[in-house]
Ligand binder design. Structure first.
Ligand code: C5J
Length: 220
């Protein structure tokens, strides 16, 4: 185990059994003209973490450790998108509607691709998930179990929605989870701060948090 300085106490990173999970760094959430902006959000906040996420990915690639990239993505016929999800809030552009980057949150569309700076390379795991959480209807737990993964390091967007949901799902499945504080972002700074606090409260009830610099230094 490598102890990584973290809150609420050092994270016991397990070399060989740790994967990086990069949640939903897709054009739909991060770039203007996508789903995030259609919901009325300022997407520029999310772009700011891209260099840190890129360094985190480079760190895992240098170690030869597994990397999972997720995308929030629905089938073209939307059979995996509950009407409650599609219609809630009555946004001007809904999931499946055509926006400037193609159909919103639909597999294969330009807006559904991971941004070029963080694009997966051969051998990395890419998961299309119809829910906010990365385990719902994806088979990812079985994939990780087959590889002997017990520890997950998290990055991506948005902190309080798909990142937190995935982390909580992972916690319930027995993974030890570390969230990299400056490699995740929300459209709402107060929601990010609250999420970091609730993850590490009560002795780390959901997991640990740490800045990228602390993880990088521990792994040198
Ligand atoms: C949202 C996500 N916010 N990736 N998705 O709808 O967090």
């Amino acid at each position: 185990m490598i102890p990584v300085p973290a809150e609420p106490h050092p994270y016991p990173l397990a070399p060989g059994a740790t994967a990086l999970v990069v949640i939903d760094m897709q054009r739909d959430f991060v770039e203007p003209g996508g789903f995030g902006e259609a919901l009325g959000n300022d997407v520029t906040r999310l772009l700011a973490i891209v260099p840190t996420v890129a360094r985190l990915i480079a760190l895992f690639r240098a170690k030869g450790w597994p990397i999972v990239h997720t995308r929030e993505a629905h089938l073209p016929d939307l059979s995996d998108c509950p009407p409650a999800k599609r219609l809630r809030g009555d946004p001007p552009l809904k999931i499946g509607d055509v926006g400037p980057m193609g159909r919103l949150l639909v597999r294969g569309e330009p807006g559904n691709q991971i941004i070029p700076d963080l694009a997966p390379i051969d051998g990395e795991i890419v998961v299309d998930k119809p829910g906010k959480g990365m385990f719902w209807a994806t088979g990812l737990h079985e994939t990780l179990q087959a590889r002997g993964i017990t520890h997950l390091v998290f990055a991506g967007v948005t902190t309080e929605v798909c990142v937190q949901t995935s982390m909580r799902e992972a916690n319930d499945r027995g993974y030890d989870c570390l969230l990299v504080e400056d490699a995740t972002e929300s459209y709402f700074p107060e929601f990010k701060a609250a999420t970091l606090a609730m993850i590490r409260a009560q002795g780390g009830i959901v997991g640990w948090t740490t800045p990228f610099s602390a993880l990088q230094e521990a792994l040198q």
